[in-house]
Design a protein around this ligand. Structure first.
Ligand code: SF4
Length: 434
């Protein structure tokens, strides 16, 4: 079969598109396990492996490329592997490469039925225990409505150390406009339950979407403020090909750009202004791989690896210091976003010079705060390593010329704190005293 006849392939011939048709989705248990010949990557010296227990998602959020991608194929848009098949791959990784940290990249680890979820993961646990795999850790992602006490207590007993919870929006119009089928009460209940179960989680908030309002932005900021002790990020709902959001904006004549990067303006000019100010001021903090938001999440994740695999190097007091650090990051973001919210809600929109001056000054404030927080990240990371070293735990030695351990660890985020901290330094404002 020619490559451009393979179902699922869209090719260009003489300037025209050729669609080879919908790709079929084979049963996931029929697929061979991925080839993993290289040495496993490590987190704090613990070999880890990414894997998938399912593909697609049962939900249909308007902005979601996962839903759109799965929907563009032939067959059900949510497929799961059997627990037996998953454990088969885990066992191979456990024995062949010493993997202990299993990072599930399923976009949604559950179906919307607590009873069925408990049944599935009880089976997974039984299979793992039958193979003596009780010294592992799991990482998952979920929707808030699937956070259930008995289910999450079960997963915690299996070694789950982090749940990413897709909060996405806490505003009424966001819930409807993005087709979340989740209420703000679900969001609050999920996070409160995870805190009660002492399960580490992180989340993202789409403060900005096409129909976002000034009041809705305030409700999203309120949610972030209530949970500053949890690492989070915030951004705009982006437009991905094939999503309902793309078609809606196209039909409304609001879609800008092209398939390489669609854009739009929010219906409310004041929310659009707030978005532009936030995108300018928070770019480094929220979107760089070594920005404060990512490092906050990374630090807290590593702390959970420490708690699970090196319990003698972990204690409550240390844990509280890290939570306190997250609180400082969260409070700093919310305080400055509230300031921007108040400005965008009242400024005369025709005063471009005043708006630009405000955005630049806010970017400087965020940049100065980033420098302080980056310094703290570095100190805390070094202390984490020191805690391990004092108890005789060592990272596996890297090849000659490897960076220092703390840099090697953050390198898995593609870069290191130290080498880029200086790029956060913004020029001093005119007339500033040295
Ligand atoms: S719950 Fe998450 S993965 Fe599922 S459709 Fe919504 S955004 Fe996509």
């Amino acid at each position: 079969m020619a490559w451009d006849d393979v179902p699922g392939v869209i090719s260009r011939h003489d300037g025209k598109l050729r669609n080879a048709g919908k790709r079929p989705l084979p049963p996931l248990d029929d697929l061979p396990f991925p080839v993993r010949d290289a040495e496993a990557r490590h987190v704090l010296g613990i070999p880890c492996a990414p894997l998938l227990g399912s593909r697609g998602c049962y939900a249909d959020c308007a902005f979601c490329c996962i839903y759109a991608y799965a929907d563009s194929a032939e067959g059900a848009r949510y497929h799961r592997r059997s627990p037996e098949n998953i454990v088969g791959e885990m066992e191979r990784e456990y024995s062949a490469r010493g993997v202990r940290l299993f990072v599930f990249h399923d976009d949604n680890f559950f179906v919307p039925s607590p009873a069925r979820n408990i049944e599935r993961y009880t089976r997974l646990q039984d299979l793992l225990l039958a193979r003596g795999m009780d010294d592992i850790a799991l990482v998952i992602k979920c929707r808030p409505n699937d956070v259930h006490e008995e289910l999450f207590a079960l997963l915690k007993s299996m070694g789950m150390i982090r749940a990413y919870v897709g909060i996405e929006t806490n505003s009424d119009e966001g819930v409807v406009g993005l087709n979340r089928r989740i209420s703000p009460a679900d969001n609050q209940r999920a996070v409160a339950l995870l805190k009660r179960l002492d399960i580490y989680c992180s989340f993202n908030v789409l403060i900005f979407d096409p129909e976002a309002t000034v009041e809705g932005a305030e409700r999203n900021l309120g949610f972030m403020e209530r949970h500053v002790d949890i690492p989070f990020n915030f951004c705009r709902a982006e437009v991905y090909a094939g999503t309902p959001l793309e078609s809606i904006l196209r039909e409304q004549g609001r879609l800008r750009g092209n398939y390489l990067g669609w854009g739009y303006s929010m219906r409310s000019p004041r929310v659009e202004l707030l978005f532009r100010i936030a995108a300018t001021a928070f770019h480094g903090r929220n979107f760089k791989s070594d920005g404060v938001a990512n490092l906050n999440m990374g630090l807290r994740f590593d702390n959970e690896v420490l708690r699970r695999f090196y319990p003698d190097a972990w204690d409550d007091q240390w844990h509280r210091r890290l939570v306190e650090f997250s609180r400082r990051v969260g409070n700093s973001s919310v305080t400055m976003m509230r300031d921007a919210h108040a400005f965008a809600g009242t400024v005369d929109l025709s005063r471009h010079g005043e708006i630009k001056r405000y955005a630049i000054e806010l970017a400087r404030r965020v940049g100065r705060s980033n420098l302080d927080l980056l310094r703290e990240v570095k100190v805390l990371r070094l202390e984490m390593e020191d805690r391990m070293a004092r108890l005789g735990h060592r990272w596996p030695a890297g090849p000659p010329g490897s960076p220092a351990p703390w840099a090697a660890e953050t390198a898995r985020l593609t870069t290191s704190v130290g080498s880029t901290a200086s790029t956060e330094q913004l020029p001093a404002p005119p007339g500033a005293q040295p």
